[in-house]
Ligand binder design. Sequence first.
Ligand code: PLP
Length: 391
Amino acid sequence: MLHEKTLLMLPGPTPVPPQVAAAMTTPMINHRGSGFAELFQEVATGLQPLFGTHEPVYVIPGAGSGGWETALLNFVPAGSKILVVSSGDFGERWAKAAAALGYQVEKLDFTWGTAADPAVLAERLARDDKREIRAVTLTHNETSTGVTNPIQELAAAVHRHGALVLVDSVSGVGAMPMAMDAWGVDVVLTGAQKALMCPPGLTIVAASQRAWATSEEAGGGPRFFFDLRPYREMYTQGQTPYTPAVSLYQGLRAALEMIRAEGREQIFARHRLMRDICRAGVRAMGLELLVTDEAHASAAVTAIKAPPGVSPNDIRKVALKQFGVILAPGQGRLKSDGFRIGHLGYVTPNDVLVALIATEQALRVLGHPVTAGSAAAAAQETWLAWLQNQR
Ligand SMILES: *Cc1c(COP(=O)(O)O)cnc(C)c1O
């Protein structure tokens, strides 16, 4: 086997295109020079349409998780009350982050594998007569379950109350529409290593005028490295307060150029097609999908239940060892229930076909009865029907 050639089907980190990898090997530049200022501007203006905002987009060295800290400490008064809308492991992590930073956290839980219900959120907020809840945190695409939440409707439910709307879109931005300004979202955060096709290492955040006004009036929490105020002051000069991750900026510029060339709508359509192909294939091989509600099934990642008596870890091990495909484990409390196929970023429908075939083959190696080619056949039908509808 050619062991180093594997197919990475994780929902992050995702495959890095050769153009992006090559861009990151260019010689180092002066981060206080005009070359960097130009790079800074190109990256910022390339990111804005993906966030759906005219506000500045800040790029900070860090993992996606740094975005939770940035969103909370910059815009939500220290120690105040936060409502965390959770229907998966990333919702739980929002809650953990907020609690660790000293906020009073109330969770609004929805069943894992379903979307958050705007009516239930509106009802909870309507009972907050004293307006104690200062912010509501949402997860755009719940990567652990493969659910895309209706951010526009959820944000609208919060607007009647007045709390800030903070959205984790780490696996959303770049794979599916995000309209921060139009939907009235106050903070959107993402990372580099999902749909943005870069290696891990960047926290990317944008904030509304309303978020800034709130924090100027009521303050935030204690912060230094993630304090956005110096970033904001230096933004128009194309500079950052501390040394930027220059190579990642260069990679991100190359990725944004690819995104511009393919076109946002085409990219979103490709992701929806990969979702549909994946779901058709999974069903055809007789496996159960975690998300049954088509309307909220994620275009970026699909969670699959392992058939009774078959260990999901064994499926993943065989898929990698024998067939060279890296599948993602179940996450959080879904760890022992199944596995996931990530299909976001530098991924094509062909890759999804291969991942389905590897899954099917692994099941057969493990003695689970599946007809060879069943997943691929269903996936091909879906793909062809999609092409015919395009005409
Ligand atoms: C990947 C991911 C994160 C955070 O990622 P790190 O870079 O590991 O901190 C946060 N939220 C969601 C929804 C994600 O998919």
